[in-house]
Design a protein around this ligand. Structure first.
Ligand code: HEM
Length: 416
């Protein structure tokens, strides 16, 4: 038995904010250890890195989500007491509801909506001098998210609603005004969606029975009770907001297409299997979620280290996606690496690891992959555009991050 290597600091919260995405990986390299203890938010936190660590992190007998997600993230990104914070039977039951919305038929509908919205957007962009892709795709995805779930949305509201969903995402690693902006956005969105839930229940708003808004409005928990309207709104937003968040990956994808013209030509030519590998590489290479949190459920030992009940444990998502033991030349953008990827549920974890149905792994991972594939094909094959000189760099210290110029395009033309 060995004690976990302990970084002797009073508190590392500020360093976490300053170092950003590589915070855990920096220390893994410095200590030559995939596990170390530090202090964050004045608590002891064990940080884990790599595939073997991810396997243990996703063992529900060892870990729970109860009190693992800071209030400030719940009040901005995901909503208070939502599925992300649940454990055991309650979580399984709620997750089954989410996964019932991810059928091939439902994904097909989403795919059709996306195709329509991309076509409409390109025609609009042809008349614009300049297109800021990061913002335009938030709007595009917001329209798709609302149409797919059954939430009515008029044209005049698209920009404001999309920017509220984006603000919730943008707040997760923030303090100060950016955090406050996320809180206000969440309050406004919750009030809007709660009213929609109420109107669906009262029969005043008719939505298709199998639409996500209807399913969530009439979902019953394990005590056979309807969710209270606020919680139902929080969970419906747990579909709307992350669909808008795909704008982060699409924008990074556009940067990758621009920097790798050969890849763009392969996608345009429809090379078998290539667009999927490209999308996977975008999700691996570019930063989105830095780490995930859990609490130890019961005392256990792993790898000779003691984990005490109640200890907070972080899993290094970004570092694991850039680990040279798992990925050859991890800092190189190379889609073909996914030809040889072993398909492990624990080494490629941009949207969490483990099982989609029984664990906390992202319910919308297939939606994300599909939406990105459609988007990369539109950007490569169905439109031409110029990319004027601009600052496409992104900061690894900012969480979340995006290219500084938000990807500006000029002279957009549709290609039939
Ligand atoms: C959970 C990332 C898109 C719905 C998660 C988790 C991550 C994540 C890291 C937590 C995994 C864990 O705790 O182990 C992302 C990223 C996305 C994305 C980076 C794309 C930009 C989506 C989409 C949807 C969605 C499109 C729905 C349409 C959810 C839900 C959960 C979740 C409901 C909670 C699952 C649970 O706690 O069991 N996502 N996600 N996400 N995601 Fe996503």
């Amino acid at each position: 038995m060995s004690a976990v290597l302990h970084e002797k600091v009073l508190d590392n919260s500020l360093n976490l904010l300053l170092e950003g995405f590589p915070f855990i990986h920096n220390r893994v390299k410095r200590f030559h250890s995939n596990i170390f203890k530090t202090r964050i938010m004045f608590q002891n936190v064990i940080c884990l890195h790599g595939e073997e660590a991810a396997k243990v992190f996703y063992d529900p007998d060892k870990f729970m989500r109860f009190q693992a997600i800071p209030n400030r993230i719940q009040r901005t990104l995901m909503g208070k007491d939502a599925i992300q914070t649940m454990d055991g039977e309650g979580h399984l039951h709620r997750k089954a509801m989410f996964m019932s919305l991810m059928t091939p038929d439902s994904l097909y509908k989403l795919n059709r909506l996306l195709t329509q919205q991309w076509q409409a957007a390109i025609h609009r962009w042809e008349h614009q001098e300049e297109v800021v892709l990061f913002e335009e795709t938030q709007d595009l995805l917001c329209r798709v998210a609302c149409a797919w779930t059954g939430v009515p949305l008029i044209n005049e509201d698209v920009r404001n609603r999309a920017s509220d969903f984006a603000a919730m995402v943008d707040a997760f690693g923030a303090v100060g005004p950016r955090h406050m902006r996320g809180r206000i956005a969440r309050k406004r969105a919750e009030a809007w969606i709660e009213d929609i839930i109420q109107r669906i229940r009262d029969g005043k708003l008719k939505v298709p029975e199998n639409s996500p808004a209807h399913v969530i409005a009439f979902h019953r928990d394990i005590e056979d009770q309807l969710l209270d309207p606020h919680m139902a709104a929080v969970e419906l937003i747990n579909l709307l907001r992350p669909i808008v968040a795909i704008a982060w990956y699409i924008t990074f994808g556009a940067v990758a297409l621009h920097e790798h013209p050969v890849a763009r030509r392969k996608i345009a030519a429809g090379e078998e299997g290539y667009v999927e590998m490209f999308v996977q590489e975008v999700r691996r290479y570019y930063p989105f979620g830095p780490s995930l949190g859990n609490r130890v459920k019961n005392d256990f030992t792993w790898g000779g280290h003691k984990f005490k009940k109640g200890t907070l444990v972080f899993l290094d998502v970004y570092g694991t996606l850039h680990d040279e033991q798992i990925w050859e030349n991890p800092d190189e953008f190379y889609p073909y690496r996914f030809r040889y990827w072993d398909g492990s549920a624990f080494n490629f974890i941009p949207q969490g690891g483990g099982d989609h149905f029984t664990g906390h792994r992202c319910a919308g991972e297939w939606v994300t992959i599909e939406a990105m594939k459609v988007s990369m094909v539109f950007l490569s094959r169905y439109m031409e555009y110029e990319v004027p000189p601009q600052d496409l760099n992104f900061s690894l210290e900012r969480m979340p991050t995006y290219p500084n110029s938000k990807f500006i395009m000029r002279n957009v033309r549709a290609v039939e």
